[in-house]
Design a protein around this ligand. Structure first.
Ligand code: QV4
Ligand code: CA
Length: 511
């Protein structure tokens, strides 16, 4: 009996780190600013058949309608209430999306903005996405309800009431992040109100949460909220399943607050990952791919089973948050595909793919002054995600997750899941290769010369289709073909001027 109790205890605590994706699905995609109707369609027509595990959606709760600048993407990080009603859709559309995605085995993870409400500078009478009245000046949010009692004003010790130094853990948690009214999560009323919001989402069928601005909440306060959460809906999840939790904590080192403080609650975003990988692929600061041999904890990242990893996110792809200029995005497609390919092939962390929209960048003194621009829209109404004949997206939706190289590497990760990191090779510079047990192998050429090498792949003999330059189609390859001999070796030749200077093969791309 004791052993069973121990097991259930382990299972119990472990569940916060488990994304509850259907077996064999190992990545999620952030469909940033998509409407719920389009997410539901994408689950059915693309994400399910292509092996995606789930979708991170934009905050679904009512937010302030910011008109200066005009409807910025970041208005969704200024809550007015927990009513499920935003530019992405209403509660019925949200419920329909969660049901339809779950029914095809694709999970939904909600971006939970629970540290704060809207900005103190937002004027009273500002509209909200569901029509609720609110008055930031008097901290009056009757649609929740929250009043002045529910905010941290008394606790914050800075003159401005805003966070003034990230070296003081107290003000980072108890003061306002860029003037956003800071909720008092030490109060049981606030904890219960937030838990009610999250339980409403859990009962609808979501699989977990991205906890926004976690650095700005005490780990213990977050835990107090999580302890009030229901188990996941047994219509789609095994009984006793707890919501998957990944906390947004930007920790590049050198601050008072560290990611490890949050490990007890769930996974944590590892921002060092994208910042370092971008530097390596750009070959800045003397970095080179040969150094990736000990990628992961060897580079000072958090333990792999606590990490949520990504190449870029909605903040740092536009200069917000952390990572700086090294962050690779869809604006640099050739390098971006290499970075995403490396991330999806490597065993470290739980992987999230970014899916963006294009906006009109306008650089002034090196800064994009249009970083605020919201999703493609017609007078504020978010545009439909149209699908072109070549499977790309229209209406300025970038759909990185539909790029052949990325979509196929999501499948690669599924095929090699559980296989160890093996057969590393490098040329001492920017030509590297590694395998995943006997299920997959990938080769990169980021040097300024051709890669020509015969490498040990660890794979069974046979002919494999490269899933970067093409697909396996019936009994043939639409792109490069690789022949693995009986000793597991194969010859690879990659021009440094190739459209995509990397090759990936796996058990399911074998003819
Ligand atoms: C401005 C000034 C303030 C001033 C205030 C007065 O900057 O100094 O006091 O006006 O009203 C928007 C504006 C910002 C404005 C603020 C209103 O951009 O200029 O303040 O609203 O108070 C997103 C955007 C922010 C945006 C915010 C709310 O990135 O620019 O602020 O939404 O709309 C840290 C955190 C980390 C955070 C990251 C961006 O540790 O948690 O900064 N990342 C998450 C989300 C991010 C979101 C928030 C947190 C806030 O990923 O998208 O910020 O929910 O590193
Ligand atoms: Ca706070």
């Amino acid at each position: 009996m004791k052993f069973f109790l121990l097991l259930s205890a382990i299972g119990f605590c472990w569940a916060q780190y488990d994304p509850h994706t259907k077996s064999g699905r190992t990545s999620i995609v952030h469909l940033f600013e998509w409407r719920w109707v389009d997410v539901a369609l994408e689950c059915e027509r693309y994400l399910a058949p292509k092996g995606f595990g789930g979708v991170q959606v934009s905050p679904p709760n009512e937010n302030a309608v910011i008109t200066d600048p005009s409807r910025p993407w970041w208005e969704r990080y200024q809550p007015v209430s927990y009513k499920l009603c935003t530019r992405s859709g209403n509660e019925n559309e949200f419920k329909d999306m969660v049901t339809r995605c779950n029914n095809v085995g694709v999970r939904i993870y909600v971006d939970a903005v629970i540290n704060h409400m809207t900005g103190s500078g937002v004027s009273a009478g500002t509209r909200s996405t569901c029509g609720s009245y609110f008055n930031p000046g008097s901290e009056d949010f009757p649609a929740v309800p929250y009043s002045g009692w529910d905010f941290n004003d008394g606790k914050c010790k800075t003159g401005s009431g805003d966070i003034e130094s990230y070296n003081d853990a107290y003000q980072v948690r108890d003061c306002r992040l860029v003037s956003l009214l800071d909720l008092a999560l030490e109060k049981d009323y606030v904890r219960s109100t937030i838990a009610n919001y999250l339980n409403h989402l859990i009962d609808i069928g979501v699989a977990g949460f991205r906890i926004d601005a976690s650095k700005h909440m005490w780990p213990g306060d977050i835990k107090a909220v999580l302890d009030k959460l229901n188990n996941l809906n047994t219509k789609w999840f095994p009984s006793g399943s707890k919501p998957f939790i990944y906390q947004e904590v930007i920790d590049l080192g050198g601050e008072a607050i560290t990611s490890s403080e949050y490990f007890g609650n769930g996974r944590v975003t590892e921002f060092k990952y994208g910042a370092k990988l971008g530097t390596v692929i750009r070959k800045w600061n003397g970095e080179k791919m040969a150094y990736l041999k000990n990628w992961g904890e060897g580079w000072g990242f958090m333990p792999s089973d606590r990490a949520l990893v990504f190449v870029d996110n909605h903040d740092n792809q536009r200069g917000h948050g952390a990572g700086g200029a090294s962050i690779l995005t869809f604006w640099d497609p050739r390098m971006y595909k290499m970075a995403v390919g490396f991330m999806l092939a490597h065993p470290y962390g739980f992987t999230r793919v970014m899916s963006s929209y294009r906006w009109t960048r306008h650089f002034v003194d090196g800064t994009d002054v249009n970083d605020w621009m919201g999703p493609p829209n017609n007078n504020g109404v978010i545009k439909e995600v149209t699908i072109n004949a070549d499977t790309t997206c229209g209406n300025d939706w970038v759909c990185e997750h539909r790029w052949r190289q990325i979509r196929n590497m999501v499948m690669f990760r599924n095929v090699v899941d559980g296989q160890s990191f093996t057969n590393w090779w490098d040329n001492g510079s920017n030509q590297v290769a590694f395998g995943r047990g006997n299920k997959g192998f990938i080769v990169f050429n980021n040097d300024d010369s051709t890669l020509s090498a015969t490498l040990q792949t660890g794979l069974p003999a046979g002919t494999y289709c490269d899933v970067i330059s093409g697909d396996k189609s019936g009994n043939s390859c639409t792109g490069i073909q690789i022949s693995v001999s009986s000793d597991g070796k194969a010859h690879f030749s990659i021009s440094n001027s190739a459209e995509d200077p990397f090759i990936a093969i796996h058990a399911d791309s074998k003819l």
